[in-house]
Design a protein. Sequence first.
Length: 408
Amino acid sequence: MNSIAQIYVKLVLAVGQHDADYVDAYHGPSGWMDEAQSARKSLKQIHIEAGEIAEALRAQKPGLSNESEELRFHYLAGQLESLMARVEMLQGKRFSFDEESKALYDAVAPTYSEAHFKAILSEMNEKLPGSGSVEQRYDAFKSQFIIPKEKLDPVFKAAIEECRKRTKQHIDLPEHESFVVEYVTNKAWSGYNWFKGNAHSLIQMNTDLPIYIDRAVDLAAHEGYPGHHVYNALLEQNLLKKNGWVEFSVYALFSPQSLIAEGTANFGIDVVFSPKERMAFECDVLFPLAGLDSSKVGLYYDIHALFMKLAYAGNEAARGYLDGKMTKDEAIQWLMEYALFSHERAAQRIKFFDAYRSYVINYNLGQDMVKKYIESRGGTPENARKRWEEFTKLISSPRLPSGLAVPS
């Protein structure tokens, strides 16, 4: 499979010449990138070559001898199928939202009705203090918990350091691992990890909109420890350097790997902190650092837990908008009503839909699939050791979404 893996990497780099977002990270031979830039293969040629090596890969399956090879085989097959679908999209083929997510990410998100979200909003109506609509009261309540811009850096650094300390108690990280944090504006996302290779990442935090206190731990864990930074560092250490699997020198953003990456990064928030531990840390450290009233931590997270149940409202907005069943204004209104976004945050989310399309499923569906998989293997909240063990195995292996299926 090594020769096929090399061709796969070169094809990913070739697609990157047509799609600026496709190559999320590359830390392989510099000559391969130079080759891709100078050759600039046509999309038609890339599709043909991908089909040829996918067929060559299938011919090797009877010779697989162990689980590691099986996982590698399925990883390469899934990534190649996704690559071909992305090339077809770049050539003008239109998929429905669900067809696209299946083709690119090997998964389809469930569909929820307005009634589902209205029931959750009804619960929130009972919890939220004050008078007025749920949207108005939620916005007023949350406004008490914005991290002042001048305190963002110390708050984020404290959250990152605590997540790193806790992660290192369970995962052997490369000794030289490191990352740099930057604060940026004018982005469609709230945070981003740019993996640079050699266990080093650049983590960027978008400060366009107010950042609430819960986002400090969320972003520290999701982008850093035990999320994207750890995921990429372990794949590099265990699969690229130790096994010599060159396919892990590149990360194709619009591919099944992203559901695992985003799903484990989101689930990692609950792995690194139990709810009780998180509330204690934020009450004792982050709220005071941010100058916020720590006596309201309990109420804040009671309401936040209900808010998180609205996560799939964003998927419904994306599905309706991208399938042409909602206008931009209707999608913004949906996000404001059922995801409780401000108008500014909803507009930013539409920019994300425009840029990344069905990628949105990787966060909530990915998290749910990872959670179900790890807990089915004994990694329950009550068994923290097993939880870390199964989580570490998953982020150190080439398992893809279809490999997370849990027998019913």
